[in-house]
Design a protein around this ligand. Sequence first.
Ligand SMILES: Nc1ncnc2c1ncn2[C@@H]1O[C@H](COP(=O)(O)OP(=O)(O)O)[C@@H](O)[C@H]1O
Ligand SMILES: [Mg+2]
Length: 256
Amino acid sequence: MTDASLVVTNLRVEFSGFVAVSGVSFDAHPGEVRFLIGPNGAGKTTCIDAITGLVRATGSARLGEKELLGQQVHRIVRLGVGRTFQTASVFEELTVLQNLDIAAGRHRTPASLLRARRGTDASIEQALEETGLTGELATPAGILSHGQKQWLEIAMLLVQDAKVLLLDEPVAGMSHDERAATGDLVQRIAAKRIVLVVEHDMDFMRRFATRVTVLHQGKVLSQGTVAEVQADPQVQEVYLGTADAIAVGTPNRTEV
Ligand SMILES: Nc1ncnc2c1ncn2[C@@H]1O[C@H](COP(=O)(O)OP(=O)(O)O)[C@@H](O)[C@H]1O
Ligand SMILES: [Mg+2]
């Protein structure tokens, strides 16, 4: 549970002269499902990389009173900021439970390690339940479905008690049912945490976002509710001629 908000102000990232993120500002609060969308190359992943300390950035990214920029990666993790990657990064040869044990490592006392060998501890059980993976406890992560691997990554952040979850294209490559399940999961976990979903799938965004920031060429193009962003002519223009054009251009289209 967190009361703090994530406030990003004037974020800027430069890669040897190329400005990938330029003056980006947005905030995310517990209880909302915050989306960051934009075409490929817009700078979405770079924003997450900057917030988590993987690339150098200027500006500010504050979690409550704490400035994240300039801190080392492990410090940012310890402050409660977790992220997933576009390609799931679980330990494929280990079981679901073993993956969660590793994620829970920093909280483990010898006594709870013993308990974990006999059964599972409460935080792991809860994460398994929340992500629908209870039945897969003994399954090697490598043979999970694509969707289940993403959920395991999220479960690993939950056992770490992450206050901020930055999810990079969590539904890419998922089936229709997996997308719906992921949307429900994201809504559940966002109730008590800060959740920022990076996505270029407009349909998923329209179903689950509370507020949206649209990035284009490293800059904020538009920001607001789903309805506001969809009605923004600038957003429609950027997505025009792409596969998403119809979804953006017809805000009243019936949901599937
Ligand atoms: N390490 C890097 N070095 C140089 N350019 C990069 C690097 N990472 C990303 N970029 C460039 O920055 C831009 C934004 O990339 P990215 O944040 O991955 O976009 P998105 O996630 O929105 O698709 C792209 O033009 C990309 O090629
Ligand atoms: Mg990306």
